[in-house]
Design a protein around this ligand. Structure first.
Ligand code: C5P
Length: 282
């Protein structure tokens, strides 16, 4: 049996470059792994079984699909019992489901000693979803294309992070569609690319205030953005506040974990579901 941590991600920057003919969008994003994680246990078995996510029928669970894909593509006549302990809010723009699926691919690679490298696992991962390749490797990366073209980015400076789960989950396709109806040409409306450069420079210099000043997410223009939650986080000692992914979770960045803990406890007192974490490299 093996146990893996499946880490959530936040987007420090997320913009859409263009709408593609295959229904997807080309994006540019600065993605960062954080210490908030699900726990995924894998045990060899004759068939694929998923325990711990009653919200979704087993065959629809992304971890089930990941295991099925792994056995199909490697030609192994195997099975696995996948036990999930979920902590990452669902439909929150934190890649919870994608992180679990990536952990299954990495774990099966170990359990069945298939020795696939990161590139092979990432190729497999893209069939499961646009965020899954990032989750296979994790750390700090710039993502292009659908999100699968990944290059190393400077690590996010040490800080405390408070993530407040959205009060309503967001459907990713619906959020992309909402922006499609707003923009006829994403590229023409992109005043933000120099922001990403400044963000990278600030990260390089270990300057969390500089990073916080350049946060950007185009999905904040959709109705998945809960301005009230963002406003409440801004009233704490947050250096910067942003929605993650296509929503609906919103995170605040703090000088250190102590500041983040203080802010989270105030937010919890007000009834918000707030968790504290920090950036991690993998
Ligand atoms: O790849 P994933 O399954 O996460 O995508 C879900 C949906 O989100 C896609 O069907 C598409 O509508 C939208 N999407 C997109 N462009 C991306 C990623 C997702 O349009 N880069």
């Amino acid at each position: 049996m093996i146990k893996l941590n499946a880490y959530a991600k936040i987007n420090l920057f997320l913009d859409i470059v263009s709408r593609r003919y295959d229904g997807f969008h080309d994006i540019v994003s600065y993605m960062q792994t954080v210490s908030l994680c699900d726990e995924v246990s894998l045990e060899k078995a004759d068939a694929i079984t998923v325990i711990g996510n009653p919200a979704v029928p087993q065959e629809k669970d992304l971890t089930y699909k990941a295991a099925k894909l792994f056995f199909e593509q490697t030609g192994i006549d195997g099975g696995v019992v996948i036990t999930l302990q979920k902590r990452i809010p669902m439909q929150g723009g934190l890649a919870g489901g994608s992180a679990d699926a990536a952990a299954v691919l990495r774990g099966l690679n170990e359990l069945y000693e298939t020795e696939l490298d990161d590139n092979a696992l990432r190729r497999m991962a893209l069939t499961l979803g646009s965020d899954v390749p990032f989750c296979v490797s994790g750390g700090s990366m710039l993502a292009y294309g659908r999100g699968e073209r990944l290059t190393d980015a400077p690590p996010m400076p040490d800080c405390g992070i408070v993530i407040v789960a959205g009060r309503h989950g967001c459907s990713t396709p619906a959020q992309f569609a909402a922006l499609d109806s707003r923009y006829d040409d994403f590229y023409a409306y992109r005043p933000h690319s120099d922001r990403l450069d400044r963000l990278g420079d600030a990260a390089e210099q270990g300057d969390i205030r500089g990073v916080s000043a350049e946060l950007f997410n185009i999905f904040e223009e959709t109705d998945g953005y809960d301005a009230e939650v963002a406003h409440r986080i801004k009233q704490t000692s947050a250096l910067g506040v942003l929605m993650s992914g296509s929503g609906s979770s919103i995170f605040g960045l703090y000088e250190n974990e102590n500041e983040a803990e203080l802010a989270a406890s105030k937010l919890r007192d007000d009834g918000y579901n707030a968790v504290v974490c920090k950036p991690i490299g993998i």
